[in-house]
Design a protein around this ligand. Structure first.
Ligand code: AMP
Ligand code: MG
Length: 642
């Protein structure tokens, strides 16, 4: 298939202009009150009743004529004739004349003739009478009819977004059905690789995230999302779905299939059955954005990558939707923060996904074109093309991905089930980036994590059995300004199937091994244990490891190791006991490693870190650690490395 070149990328300003000029018109529709939350009012709401509809008591007590009480005092009460009781909701008719009273409660209508309510605290009841000990003024303890909302008043204006309070106001004036603006937005995900959440994920497939992020985003703007599901990268199928959407929606959002790759056909299709207004915005990641019109209905093709799609949606589409719905103030949720680390920009305009942790902003885009995970970003910042560097400490404005709960601590390093337990027991919210141990050291060095979980062994005579954990790496990297908090011990070993005959390192030659990635503590430990095993046996280490097929391999997670062993792709792997057992495999222990926490010294005293450390040293943590993990006498010990 022929590759079509991108047309000229348009400027951000031009893109905004084109998108804002799209003819997107909502229609009014009546919705039941309980379904109207978050929607936009299609017309003014004028109340036909007073709220409250009648004067009512705001205290429990006695409805009286104020004049009758003027002369009374605590020592000289006035005695009134009690006509009866008028509870809330009652329509009993009383007429209060001079020298008379009616018992009322909060919410009771005020009987005719009465003009004040005496609180029950200033009265005492007798036989058919009530004594009043404190005077009241006219109107005291009475809420007048219409004092909350007056009849004929415009209570809500057209264009108002219906929140909890607005829904309450509508209910108070008796509205059951409310006119809202219905802006139906069709959402289409494209790609042969996509599977709907809830269905089985087969090999090579991924779940469709964009349908759901866009659904939520459209809803958040007060518009009505309509999902058309996943369409295959196939022109006929796509055309059919587009035609249906065009007949039903005021705007269509698609994602994927918009770049100039051979399988990406969205822009070509728009050209064929409609008109393309733009293809590509000169902002990262706006290159694969298509804007067009099909039979009068605007269509915006967003990038496939979920974070990119969400950023372009938030930056360009959401403001247009809000405007189309009459919301004048562009309600973009932003939050100020300061850059937590230096960031080198690419010299072009960019939307950079970021995490926001305790007011500090970290790029969530982890270098070298790695696709940003949606779960690692709280929002994004805009970087102009003139900016080459953003220094740490620079104030920046983050556009949030909706209402996000922001993490307390940013944790890097090697995966450990003990971290989940620390999070659960501390009540803190961790943002975790599993980078393996060596990535954890780098993250602390570059100031892009608060804490790193590390288990990096080194051959060092200072350590028990000649192995010292983490300290040598800190020394080698010259990581001053950090402390090492001793964590807990983890049983490490070979991971095999239940029927395996492998019983130790001596059995490894000839066995297909699935190793961990370079930089992981488990791989380094296996290496050291092999060196220990061959020591004094006259075996050459390289020959030994060469005799183990797969020794040079390396997968990024322990789960991947277990999967490879369980499925038979490998005969033996390396990892911790806990993961092995979860996967129904057999564990051959060869060491107890030390899993510690590297923490930047400057944050050691902040409340989140204190809570983290308190939890680590708690008895509850010790007792709930999963199998193969144990606290010991050094747990919580703080080592300062100068
Ligand atoms: P595309 O623009 O179609 O080339 O897609 C770019 C990347 O985003 C690819 O890795 C796709 O697999 C991924 N992608 C596309 N659509 C979705 C979606 N709806 N949900 C999650 N990932 C997607
Ligand atoms: Mg695609």
């Amino acid at each position: 298939m022929k590759r079509k070149e991108f047309r000229k990328l348009i400027s951000v300003e031009k893109a905004r202009e084109i998108i804002n000029n799209l003819q997107v018109f909502p229609r009014p529709e009546s919705l039941a009150l309980e379904n109207a939350y978050g929607e936009i009012l299609a017309g003014d709401i004028v109340t036909e009743i007073n709220v409250p509809p009648f004067p009512r008591a705001v205290m429990d007590g006695y409805a009286v004529r104020a004049e009758d009480t003027y002369a009374c005092s605590e020592t000289r009460p006035v005695e009134l004739k009690l006509l009866g009781n008028l509870p809330a909701g009652s329509d009993a008719k009383f007429k209060v004349s001079a020298g008379e009273a009616v018992e009322v409660s909060t919410g009771s209508p005020i009987p005719e003739g009465a003009n004040a309510v005496v609180m029950v605290e200033y009265s005492s009841e007798g036989d058919g009478t009530v004594s009043i000990y404190s005077p009241v003024t006219v109107g005291e303890n009475i809420m007048k009819a219409g004092s909350d909302i007056r009849k004929e008043e415009r209570v809500l204006r057209v264009g108002r977004k219906l929140g909890t309070r607005e829904i309450g106001v509508l209910a108070s004036i008796g509205k059951k059905d409310v006119p809202v603006l219905k802006l139906q937005v069709g959402i289409i995900s494209t790609g042969d690789e996509l599977v709907q959440p809830g269905e089985k994920l087969t090999s090579g497939k991924i779940y469709d995230a964009n349908s759901y992020t866009l659904h939520a985003g459209v809803h958040e703007c007060g518009a009505f999302p309509l999902l058309y599901g996943i369409v295959k990268d196939n022109e006929t199928a796509m055309k059919k779905t587009l035609e249906t959407a065009v007949s039903e929606c005021a705007l269509i959002l698609t994602s994927g299939s918009t770049s100039s790759g051979a399988g990406d056909i969205m822009y070509r299709l728009i050209d064929e059955i409609g008109e393309t207004l733009a293809h590509g915005i000169s902002i990262k990641p706006g290159k694969p954005v298509v804007i067009g019109i099909i039979q009068g209905v605007p269509i915006i093709g967003l990038p496939g990558n979920p974070t990119s799609a969400l950023m372009i949606f938030n930056e360009f589409v959401a403001p247009m939707l809000r405007k189309a719905l009459g919301e004048d103030k562009a309600l973009k949720k932003t939050e100020s923060g300061i850059m937590g680390t230096r960031f080198r920009s690419e010299g072009r305009q960019q939307l950079l996904p970021v995490g926001l942790i305790r007011g500090r902003v970290y790029p969530a885009d982890r270098g070298s074109g790695a696709i940003t995970s949606l779960s690692g970003a709280d929002g994004f910042i805009k970087i102009p093309s003139s900016t080459e560097f953003i220094e740490a400490g620079t104030p920046v404005e983050v556009t949030l991905f909706g209402e996000v709960e922001k993490p307390d601590l940013l944790i890097a390093g090697g995966f450990c089930p003990g971290l989940d337990l620390l999070e659960d027991l501390s009540g803190l919210y961790f943002r975790t980036l599993f980078t393996s141990s060596s990535g954890g050291f780098s993250a602390i060095a570059s100031n892009t994590a608060d804490i790193a979980g590390v288990n990096m062994p080194s051959s060092d005579p200072r350590g028990q059995d000649g192995i010292l954990y983490n300290v040598p790496t800190i020394e080698n990297m010259g990581l001053s300004g950090t402390v090492l908090v001793k964590g807990y011990r983890r049983e490490v070993g070979l991971i095999v199937r239940q029927d395996s005959l492998v019983s130790g390192i001596s059995d490894l030659p000839g066995k297909h091994l699935i190793n961990r990635n370079r930089g992981s503590g488990a791989r380094a430990l296996l290496d050291l244990k092999i060196a220990e095993f061959i020591a004094g046996k006259g075996i050459n280490k390289k020959e030994f490891t060469d005799s183990i097929p797969g020794y040079a391999s390396g997968v990024k997670s322990e789960v991947a190791v277990c999967e490879a062993v369980a499925s038979g792709k490998a005969e033996v792997g390396v990892g911790i006991r806990n993961c092995t057992e979860k996967n129904g495999l057999h564990f051959v222990k060869f060491a107890e490693e030390e899993y510690d926490f590297l923490i930047r010294k400057e944050i050691l005293e902040i409340s989140e870190v204190r809570k983290f450390l308190e939890t680590l040293t708690s008895t509850e943590f010790a007792s709930k650690l999963p199998s193969g993990l144990h606290v010991y006498e050094r747990t919580g010990e703080i080592i300062s490395v100068e």
